[in-house]
Design a protein around this ligand. Sequence first.
Ligand code: MD3
Ligand code: FE
Length: 202
Amino acid sequence: MIEGAQHFPDYLDATAQSALLADLRRVVAEAPLYTPTMPRTGKPLSVRMTNCGALGWLTDKSGGYRYQATHPETGQPWPAIPASLLQLWSNVASGAPAPEACLINFYADRTKMGLHVDRDEETLDAPVVSVSLGDDAWFRIGGLDRRDKTERVLLRSGDVFVMGGSARLAYHGIDRILPGTSMLLKGGGRINLTLRRVTRPA
Ligand code: MD3
Ligand code: FE
């Protein structure tokens, strides 16, 4: 795997996963999941999203990919990042500037995410830290060129994946989720959180 990518299987035990899920239910009560749309075409993405933190990532037909401080449908500021996630960040990204955004992706059974690079952040001085909850997913990670060889990694509930160094600009995506592989979410599906630094630290 590309330098800077680190997988921590079972980072969160069952108790920690349930506690984090309770935190996320409070976030989603204030900042409901919505269906983002592609720049220009307005085609809906299959993943549903929301955010917590000072900034949230979003995309829509008119404004394209961007970070903004408010929910696109409610107009309200995003809820704060739960303390448990700030603690997790300081444990796995120690020394990095504090995260400003936590993107929450919800995958239903058929949701995929095509191969892409995350480069809407103003700074790459921090890794992206991801936490998976719910059903297993086949994650695909390649290199800095779309044509580089890729490999797949099974991301399971409680896993943490950190992309720093060269991996920060690596192509990656989700091929598919494996329905019925976790009991954490009553209705099934998968949640992925990505914690990110967006602005340059002062
Ligand atoms: C590698 N999310 O939100 S998480 C995304 O499972 C995203 O929802 C996927 O890709 C998901 O942008 C993958 C792991 C991940 C996140 C960000 C990365 C891998 C990454 C940034 C750079 C390289
Ligand atoms: Fe990504």
